[in-house]
Design a protein around this ligand. Structure first.
Ligand code: TMP
Length: 202
């Protein structure tokens, strides 16, 4: 039986990454084999592209094409083979991030996004997408507390991140069947309780 594909999304500072491993462990306790991976990245080539994407200034369409190039490699080498083996894949960001960041944040033409998504994803879609949502001010505070250097996206102005957040929320409404909005302002145990409820349903 084919495995399930779960993706995590949200603005920078939403705290989703701390829940990725927790969810994978919870699924493993159910006896499932789980691959944890991320985008951009997830393959040796994808991780090299990630370095460039997070640090090197580039044209919006170059950025979009590199995101999808990394994704093509990731789907072909990691995601599809694992799902075909019956394993579950938990992925920190996927195509919704391109919709939100390059589309919502930077204004990429929707038709170009849809063309690339159709080409690269073919018919692959997550079975479940967990969208970690919280006010921008709270997310910014969390990033500041981490006290580390910021990447190209984190350095963007507040209005960019507001547009990313809104694009995610609009998309979650549009794809209400696979996307679940998680109130990420709450405590870790409260969020974990919600996640437990949600994964019981898939
Ligand atoms: P991360 O910090 O969650 O690992 O994500 C790295 C950054 O890459 C994050 O700021 C969002 C950005 N990103 C895009 O802009 N488009 C994409 O398609 C993906 C996957 C990530």
């Amino acid at each position: 039986m084919r495995g399930k594909f779960i993706t995590f999304e949200g603005i920078d500072g939403a705290g989703k990454s701390s829940h990725v491993n927790w969810l994978a462990d919870t699924l493993r306790q159910r006896g499932l084999t789980v691959q944890v991976t991320r985008e951009p990245g997830g393959t040796p080539l994808g991780e090299k592209l990630r370095e460039l994407l997070l640090n090197e200034p580039m044209h919006l369409e170059t950025e979009t094409l590199l995101m999808f190039a990394a994704r093509r490699e990731h789907i072909a080498r990691v995601i599809e083979p694992a799902l075909a083996r019956g394993e579950w894949v938990v992925c920190d960001r996927f195509s919704d991030a391109t919709w939100a960041y390059q589309g919502g944040g930077r204004g990429l033409d929707k038709t170009k996004f849809l063309t690339l998504e159709h080409w690269v994803l073919d018919h692959l879609q997550p079975d479940l997408t967990l969208l970690f949502d919280l006010p921008l001010a709270v997310a910014r505070e969390r990033i500041a507390l981490a006290n580390r250097s910021l990447d190209r996206f984190e350095q963007e102005r507040a209005d960019f991140h507001e547009r990313v957040r809104q694009a995610y929320l609009d998309r979650a409404q549009h794809f209400a069947q696979r996307m679940r909005v998680i109130n990420a302002s709450r405590s870790l145990p409260e969020i974990q309780k919600t996640l437990e409820e949600i994964i019981k349903t898939i």
